[in-house]
Design a protein around this ligand. Structure first.
Ligand code: MLT
Length: 419
């Protein structure tokens, strides 16, 4: 086997399945590369210089910058620039990037006709993934695997610009309201809020606290290394599929409730507890009861064995938004009591079941009027720069087409004898 230009000899492993698994485990420890995890289920299968994540310590950095500093001091477009191009922009670079995005926020008028074809009950994620993929029809050069870096960059700019229009319109479609065309005098997040909530007969005012919270939410979701949707984008893109087709596939992966649906499940759980009388201790006890299938949503994370660093930041943003909007949300009280239980109850402490990012994000979305069905769409808008950066990195590194390894577990050989 040749790895990174070095030749490694692998022993032939014989024995029972268990013995083999044990020996392969030892081998993996020695080489650091070989693993029995099948294909892309193994995060170690990708080398990337974009996002650093240490689940033990609870550290998350984009291109080396701590998530806490970025969420506190930068805006979403600045972070998008950082993820995609690798370094923080100068003021001129940022102004130029924002200007380019602003000039591409309109979608082709024919896209409106596609909207008309969707039933109002269509899930906005279905509309989002379809319309992102439809951009290949409006911009066929995006399909060319030999497109110039300038053309690729234009596709990137278009996608960041148009996703907010498509997302807001998918909401307007679901409630049967007239669509709002983008307002290019507004910044990225303000324009999105305007397109979501402005109504012809009402005066719409943009609240800076809400804009700041939305910037934070999008930044916190902007990348999370090789999770389900990101590895999907890389895998689809590795076949030289277009940026739009690859990101559309990522949107579908994120749509799966196990990936992007967690904050929706948190809200449903909080509502169920509220309807049950709001006795949080009862539900904490249910979560601890081995014979009860109930699980507390929004607690623990597959990679974080510590506090999810995003959760700390988002909790403060949730407090700020509720205070600024004067909202006394009973669901927040329930959330705070559950959080208290998780941080003090030995059952949760021993298992390191801390509240994660999904625990608080739904509360903010709800406070600013974003309906539950749109939560995953907001996640997709936030994750877009990460998907783009990962797609671009994979293409620039000229990575070969992905082909997840398989461990065959079926019948070895059978003779067809007929019926
Ligand atoms: C994410 O942000 O993508 C989720 O926390 C899921 C993950 O990273 O596995």
């Amino acid at each position: 086997l040749i790895l990174d230009g070095k030749s490694i000899s692998l022993p032939v492993i014989e024995g029972t399945e268990n013995e083999k698994a044990f020996d392969i485990g030892k081998l993996r420890d020695q080489t650091g590369y070989v693993t029995l995890d099948s294909g892309y289920k193994n995060t170690g299968a990708t080398k990337s210089a974009i996002t650093f994540l240490d689940g033990e310590e609870g550290i998350l950095r984009y291109r080396g910058y701590p998530i806490e500093q970025l969420a506190e001091r930068s805006n979403f477009l600045e972070v998008a620039y950082l993820l995609i191009y690798g370094s923080l922009p100068t003021q001129t670079e940022l102004d130029n990037f924002a200007h380019q995005i602003t000039t591409h926020t309109l979608v082709h008028e024919d896209v409106r006709k596609i909207f008309d074809g969707f039933p109002s009950a269509a899930h906005p994620m279905g509309i989002l993934s379809s319309l992102i993929c439809s951009l290949t029809a409006f911009y066929p050069k995006s399909l060319d695997p030999n497109q110039s870096p300038e053309e690729t960059n234009l596709n990137i700019i278009r996608l960041i610009a148009k996703i907010s229009t498509i997302a807001a319109w998918s909401y307007k479609n679901s409630v049967g309201h007239p669509l709002n065309y983008p307002r290019n005098d507004l910044d990225y997040c303000s324009n999105f809020l305007y397109m979501m909530f402005a109504f012809p007969t009402e005066k719409y005012e943009i609240n800076p606290v809400v804009v700041s919270a939305l910037n934070k939410l999008l930044i916190l979701h902007a990348d999370h290394e090789q999770n389900c949707s990101t590895s999907t984008v890389r895998l689809v893109g590795s076949a030289n599929a277009s940026l739009y087709g690859s990101v559309s596939a990522g949107v579908n992966a994120l749509w799966g409730p196990l990936h992007g649906g967690a904050n929706q499940e948190v809200m449903e759980m909080l509502e169920a507890i509220q309807q049950d009388g709001g006795n949080t201790q009862k539900w904490v006890d249910k979560a601890k009861d081995k014979n009860d299938s109930f699980r507390l949503m929004g607690f623990g994370h597959r990679v974080y064995k510590n506090f999810d660093p995003r959760a700390k930041i988002i909790k403060k943003a949730a407090d700020d938004v509720l205070k600024a909007l004067g909202i006394d949300d009973p669901l927040l009280k329930i959330a705070q009591e559950l959080e208290q239980a998780a941080l003090t109850d030995p059952y949760f402490v021993e298992r390191k079941l801390y509240p994660n990012v999904d625990f608080y994000s739904g509360i903010i979305y709800r406070a600013i009027g974003i309906p539950t069905e749109m939560f995953t769409v907001l996640f997709a808008m936030g994750r877009l720069p990460g998907w783009i950066a990962q797609w671009k990195e994979m293409r620039e590194n000229k990575e070969p087409i992905g082909r997840p390894r398989q461990i065959y577990t079926g019948e070895l050989e059978r003779d067809y004898v007929g019926i």
